[in-house]
Design a protein around this ligand. Structure first.
Ligand code: NDP
Length: 258
């Protein structure tokens, strides 16, 4: 008999690593993955905040949740955290590349440091994490990567200009497809979600300066909460999406329809 559909969303017995998982979207992803049965490792540069968020999640979900210091732009740090995840929970099955950075600045004013910050975090960091976890996934012949892209990889946001961010998220979408194609024979699936505006520290959705373009222009005329993006990450991390790879799932309240 085949597995009942809802059971295929279960992550029981698996471990997920969420980069930048102590606040915003990453925290919602970590919580949802734990609620779906996974043990979870949260890693960000702020180790104290990661440890505190992990303790709270362990308490409320009953799963093993570990918080660690991680700089995704530093390969040694990435290797340490993947090793820690395997040591602490016995395995690693899912990588959620959530850590990200954004700078609002007109193209003629963007500094080299700002460009590098955005590309180092969003593209190089995601690449390093994928390669380090990917080696482990290739050895065990299974693994799932969920990248956090953005509608900014598909459209140009307004009224704020953010050229580096837009280009970096388009790179995330294309790297998702590239790794999906190359690693499918190794048993590794790679997908992305492309959220629209979500209320977090990165996106000042309540700022009246942005409301006409960000909210009023969108079909649903509202922003999302992180909890509205998380179930799709659970879907992509689980066997419910066993035939899905190389996909970029847009979750934007219809924003990109116009
Ligand atoms: P936040 O700014 O709230 O969170 C970003 C997280 O990334 C923080 O935990 C931060 O922790 C971590 N981080 C940043 N740099 C690094 C690094 N070098 N190494 C490890 N961790 C790092 O942002 P959001 O929750 O809004 O964004 C999460 C993801 O979702 C990002 O990729 C973003 O681009 C994407 N996204 C967000 C949207 C939105 O509207 N909010 C829309 C579409 C996509 P620390 O600084 O301690 O390292």
């Amino acid at each position: 008999m085949s597995t009942p559909a809802l059971d295929t969303f279960s992550l029981a017995g698996r471990t997920a690593l969420v980069t930048g998982g102590y606040r915003g979207l990453g925290l919602a992803f970590a919580r949802a993955l734990a609620e779906a049965g996974a043990d979870v490792v949260i890693g960000a540069r702020d180790e104290e905040a990661s440890v505190a968020a992990a303790a709270e999640l362990a308490e409320t979900t009953g799963r093993t949740v570990v918080g660690v210091g991680l700089d995704v732009t530093d390969r040694a740090s990435a290797q340490r955290v993947v090793a820690t995840a395997i040591e602490a929970t016995g395995r690693l099955d899912v990588l959620v590349n959530n850590a990200g950075a954004c700078v609002h600045r007109p193209a003629l004013e963007v500094t080299d440091d700002e460009w590098d910050l955005v590309f180092d975090t969003n593209v190089r960091g995601l690449w390093i994490m994928s390669q380090v976890a990917g080696r482990h996934f290739a050895d065990q012949r299974s693994g799932v990567i969920v990248n956090i892209g953005s509608i900014s990889g598909l459209i140009v946001n307004r009224p704020q200009w953010q050229p580096a961010y837009n280009a970096s998220k388009a790179a995330v979408h294309q790297l998702t497809k590239s790794l999906a194609a190359e690693w499918a024979p190794l048993g590794i699936r790679v997908n992305a979600v492309a959220p629209g505006y979500v209320k977090t520290e990165m996106a000042p959705v309540d700022d009246p300066a942005f409301k006409p373009r960000w909210i009023d222009d969108a079909p649903m005329q509202r922003y999302a909460l992180p909890e509205e993006i998380a179930p799709t990450v659970v879907y992509l991390a689980s066997d419910a999406s066993s035939f899905v790879t190389g996909s970029v799932v847009v979750i934007d309240g219809g924003y990109t329809t116009f």
